[in-house]
Design a protein around this ligand. Structure first.
Ligand code: ZN
Ligand code: ZN
Length: 364
């Protein structure tokens, strides 16, 4: 199979390695879509991580002892959670501290990277894709739409909220998809003007530059001076958390999605803020809502995905990400027209599009 290896700063090789083999409940998946995430950082630094990548959608090749069937279309969840511990039983596989070793268990030498034509995954970390959803859209059920689905559910964000999304990278933009589906007014904070047009196209009511001295006033203007009711921080900027608490109403809700920077908050107790750390999403609890969100936002998702490349052009994909002039960037290990990407049936009696552009309302 063909897979990607980073050989130095901004240099990659596409190499051939032996195909992995499934065993027991570890399923062999043919990867048709590889959404790119933060691997551009490794590409820039020239260090190949192991595994490379964690987002993928594809087709079951060898279901092993699982209940999947050969040819079923699936989305892959990150990691190798044990499936038995407290976190895994709650659907929080991402927090499992007893990760499985899929290579040793199957006797394979490859199969953990998503930047490849095949991979291995325990059946409990695969989600069946509904027949009427394309695999390209379904592939967004990881970091594109997952962390913000978690935030929307955890903060209980709905049509009555005014939301601030800090950061217009792919994670923040995913939040705009949920806001559109749920009818939530949303304002983005983003200092890079190149990123504003896509945020506006995906339904942001405004994009405000957080480095503008008038930023706080501009945000308060949108809420008649009341402040916003919910905020999602995706930027990783060290100044973002404190800025957000200055624009939240009392008892406002704040979700931190970014990793790395210390979280500087000074008003949680006086303002009675509700604070949550949101990482990945819980596919046992929210699978139906995820696919319903994807179903209803299909036209917006086509705008959210700004670039698609065959796997061989992975360097171009990462260069686009480094330029920040993109939404979600997808790779296609078997080409852009591979069998299995398209829906296998259309939905009967699809509901008419709502007044709001790009959103389809329909029965859940
Ligand atoms: Zn576990
Ligand atoms: Zn990711």
């Amino acid at each position: 199979l063909r897979t990607v290896t980073i050989t130095g700063p901004r240099t990659v090789d596409i190499i051939d390695v032996p195909e992995p083999q499934g065993r027991g409940d570890i399923v062999k998946v043919k990867i048709l879509v590889t959404p790119t995430c933060t691997e551009w950082g490794s590409y820039r630094n020239g260090m190949s991580p192991d595994p490379l990548g964690h987002e993928a959608a594809g087709v079951v090749v060898d279901p092993g002892t699982s209940t999947f069937r050969e040819g079923e279309r699936v989305v892959v969840m990150p990691g190798y959670g044990c499936g038995h511990c407290y976190s895994c039983l709650e659907g929080e596989h991402i927090r499992c501290t007893a990760q499985r070793d899929a290579l040793t268990e199957t006797g394979s030498t490859s199969g953990r990277s998503t930047y490849a034509q095949y991979m291995l995954k325990p059946a409990s970390l695969l989600l069946r894709v509904p027949d009427d959803i394309s695999l390209t859209h379904a592939s967004l059920a990881c970091c594109a739409l997952g962390p913000t689905l978690n935030a929307f559910e955890t903060l209980r964000i709905d049509v009555f909220d005014t939301l601030v999304i800090s950061g217009c990278g792919p994670v923040g933009l995913g939040g705009l998809i949920h806001a559109a589906v749920r009818g939530t007014s949303s304002i983005c904070l983003e200092p890079d003007p190149q990123r504003s047009p896509l945020a506006m196209a995906l339904g942001a009511n405004a994009v405000v530059d957080p480095t503008d001295p008038q930023a706080r006033d501009r945000l308060l203007e949108f809420t008649a001076g009341q402040g916003v009711s919910a905020a999602i921080e995706t930027s990783g900027s060290p100044t973002a958390p404190h800025f957000l608490e200055t624009v939240l109403q009392s008892r406002g809700r704040l979700a931190i999605l970014a990793w790395g920077a210390p979280v500087d908050l000074r008003n949680v107790v006086p303002a009675g803020l509700e604070l949550h750390g949101c990482w990945h999403w819980n596919h046992l609890r929210y699978g139906r809502r995820m696919f319903e969100t994807i179903r209803r936002s299909a036209p917006l998702l086509d705008q959210f995905v700004t670039h698609s490349f065959p796997l061989d052009e992975v360097a171009e994909a990462w260069d686009v990400q480094l330029s920040k002039t993109c939404g979600k960037v997808l790779l296609f290990p078997w080409g852009l027209d591979a069998d299995g990407l398209q829906p296998t049936r259309t939905r009967e009696g699809a509901a008419p599009a709502s007044a709001r552009a790009g959103i389809t309302r329909g029965a859940a």
